[in-house]
Design a protein around this ligand. Structure first.
Ligand code: PXP
Length: 248
């Protein structure tokens, strides 16, 4: 008998900090949101310390690490400043992402092929320091192969393009094509011994096919759930997402 493998659900709490920062005070507190997510059954907390600190601040990251007894996944750009912060904070996991100041959110995957030489020492130092490193990449064979050569143990497949296509009924064909790319990338990662995660733009409506990707171990979901929390509360939003993932 095969036992169903539960997919870990990481909750990205960046946008709790976005709302807090709109008024510059302490409310709503991302640490409180992380504890509420844990209460609702989240398996991990994800937070992106952006170079411009537009949402999560250094102090949030320190407090999440110290006060929340769930694995912390720190998303960060490949800069010396972020590297030294991550080496000091020692999160459970680090997800290396591309970052452009003018973007609204992480728009594309990291170009692991082009950045291979630069990524190698980052991945090495972070892994030596005890963090699991994942590379946030587009679902292409070349990117997965590069992640393997670089020595990352985990990849996170960027589901943003798939999610965008899902929003437009006239692009159902493109959504299916992107899903085929995600499936092929996940298969390749499995065959290379890489652990596969996925995230970006996931909602109740589009999560099921992503939860069915071969061997996918973790989904990281933020913006939709924080938005949904306005209507139902964070706990209910997370429990509903979990039901969608399990039903898949
Ligand atoms: N995974 C990564 C690597 C991300 O950069 C983000 C966005 O910060 C997410 C997952 C979550 O995306 P969303 O907020 O669209 O759910």
């Amino acid at each position: 008998m095969t036992v169903a493998r539960p997919i870990r659900l990481g909750i990205n709490i960046d946008h709790v900090a976005t709302v807090r920062n709109a008024r510059g005070g302490e409310h709503p507190c991302p640490v409180r949101a992380a504890l509420a997510a844990m209460e609702a059954g989240a398996d991990g907390i994800t937070a992106h310390l952006r170079e411009d600190r537009r949402h999560i601040k250094d102090r949030d990251m320190e407090r999440l690490r110290a006060e929340v007894p769930l694995p912390l996944n720190m998303e960060m750009a490949m800069t010396e400043e972020m590297l030294s912060l991550a080496l000091r904070i020692k999160p459970h996991a680090v997800c290396l992402v591309p970052e452009k100041r003018e973007e609204v959110t992480t728009e594309g995957g990291l170009d692991a092929v082009k950045l291979e030489a630069k990524l190698l020492p980052y991945v090495d130092k972070l892994q030596q320091n005890g963090s699991r490193v994942s590379l946030f990449i587009a679902p292409s064979e070349a990117q997965v192969q590069a992640a393997k050569r670089i020595g990352a143990r985990v990849i996170e497949l960027h589901t943003g393009a798939y999610a965008e296509y899902c929003l437009n009924p006239t692009q159902a064909g493109e959504a299916q094509t992107e899903l085929a790319h995600l499936t092929a990338a996940a298969h390749l990662a499995n065959s290379l011994g890489l652990e596969t995660h996925a995230g970006h733009g996931l909602t109740f409506a589009n999560v099921a096919p992503i939860a069915r990707l071969p061997g996918v171990m973790e989904l990281n979901i933020g913006h939709f759930l924080i938005g949904e929390a306005i209507f139902t509360g964070l706990g209910e939003a997370i429990r509903t997402m979990r039901r969608h993932i399990e039903a898949a």
